[in-house]
Design a protein around this ligand. Sequence first.
Ligand SMILES: Cc1ncc(COP(=O)(O)O)c(C=O)c1O
Length: 478
Amino acid sequence: MLMTPGTAGDGAGPAMPAEAPPEPASTLDRVVAAVDSTSPAGIAAAISRLIRSGALTSGERLPTVRELAKALGVSPSTISEAWQALGSVGAVQARGRAGTFVSEVPEPSTPRRFVGISAGPGDQGLDLSTGTPCPDLLPSLRDALQRVTEGTEQWTTTYLDPSVLPELEAHLTASWPFTPESLTVVDGALDALARIVDLRVHLGDRVVVEDPGFPPLLDMLDRAGAELLPVSMDDEGIVVADLVQALGSEPVAVFLQPRAQNPTGTSMSIERAAALADVLQGSHVIVVEDDHSGDIATGEDVSLGVHLPAQVVHIRSYSKSHGPDLRIAAVGGTADVIEPLRAGRLLGPAWTSRLLQAVLLELLTDPTAIGQVTRARAAYAMRGLAVRAGLAREGVHATTGDGINVWVEVGDERAALLSLAAQGIKVAPGAPFQVEPGDTDHIRVTTGLLHEDDTDQFQRVISAIATAAKAATGSRGI
Ligand SMILES: Cc1ncc(COP(=O)(O)O)c(C=O)c1O
């Protein structure tokens, strides 16, 4: 018997004709059905709801302006306005004659680079993967808290007080590397970076970043949908020729770390800052400087803001010098970034705890605390130097860094991590810091956590790193 579609082959009687699946509604029909207000804002809101619910998917072509205007009985300019509103928040993208498309919006995802820093093996034993300051070298927050709270019964009583304690603002402004147009206090450098990215970096924008760079910043920029333009570094900072080339791609911002760059430890020279400023002069590019290591760096307090005060935003964190749990950084520079940032925080945390601001001011002015930070700076410098000198004797290359980390070249990242883990030492893998895979693998070692008086530990760590640097499995990356 000849089998034809819709014919049962088991002799069980005449088959029912198969039901054709319903035709999916066209994009135009779905949009028209979703619109309940034909104002530009109403149309934009309906399309946003369709995108959020998944009824319109990334890459889908939207109806033409004419088609939709006709179907909704509105003028084409109403639709154009709706498209513009959607485009300005990155929900849709106009691609010339090809039409307007639902954007490829990156999913809010786990910050993979951030998580990757501590994802290596070796959880038990000595953890040199953290990039955090040595607890023994931090001034006592408890003592400072006690001093500032003594005899004070009341803290903030109104939401309308200035967001920064006036005495702290005066102190910060006086210690800033240039005269900032505006300055405020935030909950750590990460808060400042996240808010600046939010304000200034939009889907498809190009942004210059150091390579290697700070993994959480790279995650933030990825999430914003930015295109990264990596520039290389030498031992004075960003290579000028690389910046010149990157500027040809018309970036909106340059993100850099002026001192003790994480992970390389590079501190920018005054001359390099001037040369970079020269290249940026006259452009619309903003420079975001993340001075995350602040007072524990031995490098000069350098900033491009000296040359370009209207283009630079400078962030100074107090996490490395006074403790990450203080959660305080200051951000100062061009008012057209700082003022929207301050305003944006009004609808969030509103201000950074004035109690903690008072603790910071106490620590910045108390001679004992100042002495502790000075000693910490010297201790970190000695610890870094001792490890680098030890590694050099073993033929291992590490950057001549400032601050608490050393960036070490290894034959194979994974083999190095495993070799160190076998010795009870955990370090950070290099891959999350690298914007583009380099020719060589690296690990980042937080030397700031090693005590200089424990020479046995120093020697054990140096030998273990030297062995790890030469270990090979042939598999690159983790
Ligand atoms: C380059 C860089 N920026 C920012 C931060 C975070 O600073 P904060 O604790 O002030 O948020 C770190 C922390 O290690 C860092 O290395």
